[in-house]
Design a protein around this ligand. Structure first.
Ligand code: XMP
Length: 319
């Protein structure tokens, strides 16, 4: 991709110019954006960059391991992996309000990241994988008068508090351009093509209280759903697909027995920037195959439903 090769060269020069000899710290979320930003910045300034992966334990199946191996083994970029899942799950106990979850996760994320940044010591710059839609959406939303629909968690406030300057090399890009840049930088396809994932992770896909047990149940259902989507060759045609674990129990029958377990909702949408979205029209055979597998293979779920709501009026996530 010529334009991305050009973008890469220009940005590398800009980053070097902006940063000089200073140290930069970059928080990895496990997603494409922060990974692409980190790899680009590493290419520009090498070991002046330190990456910190604050692992809140709310990632999808196998994802935390993938990030660690991508950076340490594939790119040989030094990475601090901070496993703080117990801290996050402890703090989420009893929290059911979506915004309260976001606030707690955002704040705790910053606290942990800040402590790590201080340990690294002497960084003048903070790198972020902010995209163009993040820039717009944090200002206003759907053209309305600056209403916050959902407070997206990022490290807002931290740069001022730590007296750091920002490096945001992806600020002009849309998601598809970030993916093209990721390919240009040699990130593996499985990583580059991955659906967007919200900062607060599975916590906002578990309406009601988030527990370790419910995270584990959701991770299994979500992995089955995504596996079937990949096997059907549909993954790249979908913007985001995920399972949601509902705080509703329903009665079912399995073998000779009555079950009383949770409902799992499946979501899949097409979109170009996440601002508007249409549901993905799976055929009935596909959905019943996924439903059967989830109910048979995931203990704790006995019913599966498909979400047919577009955005607007729905949002992509359930919280
Ligand atoms: P909604 O649910 O608002 O989502 O239609 C639009 C896009 O944003 C993602 N999303 C988030 N991303 N922190 C994030 O980093 C958040 O709190 C958050 N909430 C939603 C969502 O996955 C979709 O891609």
């Amino acid at each position: 991709d010529w334009s991305m090769a050009e973008f890469r060269r220009t940005k590398i020069a800009e980053i070097r110019e902006q940063v000089g000899d200073s140290r930069v710290i970059c928080g990895l979320s496990g997603g494409v954006d922060s990974a692409v930003a980190a790899v680009l910045i590493h290419e520009a300034i090498g070991d002046q960059l330190t990456c910190v992966f604050v692992d809140h334990g709310l990632m999808r199946m196998g994802e935390a391991e993938q990030v660690v191996s991508l950076f340490r083994n594939h790119y040989n970029i030094p990475l601090v992996h901070k496993d703080v899942s117990a801290l996050f799950l402890g703090g989420l106990a009893g929290v059911t309000d979506p915004e309260a979850k976001r606030k707690f996760i955002g704040k705790t994320f910053i606290d942990v990241f800040e402590a790590e940044a201080r340990q690294v010591g002497g960084a003048d710059f903070l790198a972020q994988g902010t995209l163009y839609p993040d820039v717009i959406e944090s200002v206003s939303f759907t053209g309305g008068p600056s209403v916050t629909i959902k407070s997206h968690h990022n490290v807002g406030g931290l740069p001022e508090r730590m007296n750091m300057k920002l490096v945001e090399p992806l600020r002009e890009l849309f998601k598809d351009e970030v993916r093209a840049l990721g390919r240009e930088l040699g990130l593996p396809e499985i990583f580059v093509g991955r659906h967007p994932f919200p900062g607060p992770g599975l916590a906002i896909r578990i309406p009601g209280e988030v527990t370790k047990e419910r995270c584990d149940i959701l991770r299994k259902a979500d992995a089955i759903y995504l596996e079937e989507i990949r096997n059907a060759g549909l993954y790249d045609a979908i913007w985001q697909a995920f399972a949601v674990l509902l705080p509703v129990k329903t009665v079912g029958v399995m073998g000779d027995g009555r079950t009383y377990d949770s409902v799992c909702a499946l979501r899949a949408v097409t979109s170009t920037d996440g601002m508007t979205a249409d549901i993905y029209p799976f055929d009935a055979g596909f959905l019943s195959r996924v439903a059967t597998r989830i109910v048979n293979e995931v203990k704790g779920i006995n019913r599966v439903v498909y979400d047919y709501t577009s955005k607007p009026p729905g949002t992509i996530e359930w919280e």
